[in-house]
Design a protein around this ligand. Structure first.
Ligand code: AMP
Length: 130
């Protein structure tokens, strides 16, 4: 069965897209730790990130770097942290989280509730800075 992220890639369910190329997609996390929390995924579904072949994994990181730089320009933060968990969705993804301190990337804390307009405006602002 296709992962929820493959359904996003195929346009079967919506996302707040930040960036896309032939092989990768970046979109806002629906339960963000902070404003600007973004996921980067390969379009080709692989569960575990370290099962992705070397070349694609390298390209995924380069794509994530471009997105992270744009998040950095958009959201006031000390830097953009990265994390890989994969405990919930079996489709490899990198979390990009603008952080000012360790608390901002604590995945056990309550997530933000943003309305659709906020998601839209954050995604658009990051996209403009790419
Ligand atoms: P994990 O697999 O542990 O890295 O967690 C999966 C992440 O994907 C969580 O942060 C979820 O909030 C996020 N997520 C799950 N479904 C969606 C979705 N449809 N759109 C955006 N983010 C999602």
């Amino acid at each position: 069965m296709a992962s929820i992220f493959t359904k996003i890639v195929n346009g079967e369910i919506p996302c707040h897209k930040v960036a896309e190329d032939d092989n990768f997609l970046a979109f806002l996390d629906i339960n963000p730790l902070v404003k600007g929390h973004t996921l980067v995924i390969p379009k080709k579904e692989t569960d575990y990130i370290f099962d992705i072949d070397d070349r694609e994994l390298g390209e995924m990181m380069v794509f994530a770097k471009k997105v992270a730089k744009a998040i950095d320009k958009t959201i006031p933060c000390s830097r953009v942290g990265i994390a890989v968990l994969g405990l919930e969705v079996p489709h490899a993804h990198i979390h990009l989280v603008p952080i000012n301190g360790i608390y901002d990337i604590d995945f056990s804390k309550p997530k933000l509730k943003l309305d659709q307009d906020e998601f839209l405006s954050i995604a658009e602002s990051i996209t403009k800075n790419i």
